[in-house]
Design a protein around this ligand. Sequence first.
Ligand SMILES: NC(=O)c1ccc[n+]([C@@H]2O[C@H](COP(=O)([O-])OP(=O)(O)OC[C@H]3O[C@@H](n4cnc5c(N)ncnc54)[C@H](O)[C@@H]3O)[C@@H](O)[C@H]2O)c1
Length: 249
Amino acid sequence: MGQLDGKVAIVTGAGSGIGKAAAKLFAAEGAKVVCADVSGAEAATAMEIGPAQAAAMTVDVAKAADVRGMMERTKALYGRLDVLFNNAGIEGKPAPTTEYDEEDFDRVLAVNARGVFLGMKYGIPLMLETGGGSVINTASVAGLVGFPGLVAYTASKGAVIQMTKTAALEYATAGIRVNAICPGVIWTPMVERFAGGSEEAQAQLTAAEPVGRMGRPEEVAALALFLASDASSFVTGAALPVDGGFLAR
Ligand SMILES: NC(=O)c1ccc[n+]([C@@H]2O[C@H](COP(=O)([O-])OP(=O)(O)OC[C@H]3O[C@@H](n4cnc5c(N)ncnc54)[C@H](O)[C@@H]3O)[C@@H](O)[C@H]2O)c1
């Protein structure tokens, strides 16, 4: 018996890193999974899972028409939506606030914050049709503490946490739970890019983790699975760290 047997899940950012690990884990636990990404890499994730249990959709989460279309296609394919993992995100080009590029700021907010808003706006109605569901939004420890050079990213992740709490309150009696996860430093293509191939930067990122190593995407996916499943039936409106102790300092 899988923890998500009979459930239908959408995972955004499913072409890489945390989203890919979550799509595979949700499927291994019995869910039908819509793998969504803007990159085209969602097709490989869906292929790995297999056509009986996964579909790939190319979606830019910052575009309302794309997100609405994803919900319509999910309903047409699987008839329902139980789990929505709003996970797609970008880091933006690091720079001090006074030098931060304005277009870059807008794009980071559009993907990370607007993308989560659009996911909830168009996904929650589909969940309401069948009496409930679980929304999981990927925030970050950077939504809770400051990070020099990441003014747009920290703003976007703070927004994700606040939107999570607001939606959780709005739909608390409608059977919909809404939670955020706050990963610490997880070794994914995003962090690889951030480290820019520098061993020193990698060592600094590792040193930020009290456990002495970066996290693995599968370790974040495990928290997403808990929130997706009925095991977390009394958890809503939370912003849960999965951070190797990062926030304990
Ligand atoms: N890796 C970390 O240390 C870390 C820490 C905290 C939070 N996060 C968050 O976790 C989430 C996943 O990040 P990751 O580390 O797996 O990064 P990643 O770069 O490996 O994966 C992100 C995926 O999102 C997709 N994506 C980007 N823009 C999109 C858009 N507009 N529409 C649809 N898909 C889009 C990318 O194509 C990519 O496949 C992000 O929200 C990120 O901010 C990551």
